[in-house]
Design a binder for this molecule. Sequence first.
Ligand SMILES: NC(=O)c1ccc[n+]([C@@H]2O[C@H](COP(=O)([O-])OP(=O)(O)OC[C@H]3O[C@@H](n4cnc5c(N)ncnc54)[C@H](O)[C@@H]3O)[C@@H](O)[C@H]2O)c1
Length: 251
Amino acid sequence: MEIEGRAIVVSGGGSGIGRAAVLALAGRGAKVIVADLDETGGRQTVDLAGAKGGVAVFRHCDVTRTEDLAGAFACAFEHFGRLDVAFNNAGIGGEDLFADDPGDWAKVIDIDLTAVIDATRIAVREMRRSGRGGVIINTASMGGLLPMAGSPVYAAAKAGVVNFTRSLAYLAEEANIRVNAICPSFTDTPLVRRSGDEHVEEMGRMVGGILLPEDIAAGVVDLIEDDSRFGAVMRVTVRGGRDFAREVRPY
Ligand SMILES: NC(=O)c1ccc[n+]([C@@H]2O[C@H](COP(=O)([O-])OP(=O)(O)OC[C@H]3O[C@@H](n4cnc5c(N)ncnc54)[C@H](O)[C@@H]3O)[C@@H](O)[C@H]2O)c1
């Protein structure tokens, strides 16, 4: 799909990978809804896109609320008269499940998996209704393909996103909707910086380097433009660049 002139909803567009994707897409002539819980970050992204001559609109959205998600997709029709791409990217980091205070680990499932399912569900219905088809990209993680000691619930949520996405490959033929996942390795965003600069450097050494949010945005651009990909799982790593996880053979 050509990106110019397309209407795209990016969740988590107020920071990190989502922001880099908004800037890359708006820079290619897309019209973007920046859907985020964080109004300050979201509006900053809109300003950055505008400064580059791009078109972007902020929409407050808590992805765990179905009505907010529906509102974000409706916003694309209101402002741009169409919906072509959903980048379901909003997410939070892992949990220390066995700590004295393990935190609200169920929130990791709610945001990183359940909300991605709900956003995909709504986007597919809207794309079917429009009759134009579309592209859906779900942000998973290399942690959804490999074990992640220390963040087992995050790894489970992201593995869920991977297999959920693979299971929707059939929509390409049935409804001209290509659903793909992107699996970034460790990427330098506010999410990982919150765990401290030292931790970031250590993780970078472990995985062979740290990616930039722009590296993931380039993968998102590829997945929109490459019409041959559906149910595909793109990995983005420092060592391997952009490649695809092996297709799962049907029984
Ligand atoms: N940074 C990494 O190393 C890395 C690696 C693999 C996958 N990911 C995934 O990439 C995605 C983006 O992460 P990032 O690193 O850019 O993080 P980030 O914290 O920089 O950005 C995440 C954005 O999501 C928003 N968000 C969080 N909860 C939300 C909610 N309930 N509703 C709406 N918006 C919400 C935040 O406000 C923020 O703007 C996440 O799904 C994350 O799991 C990140």
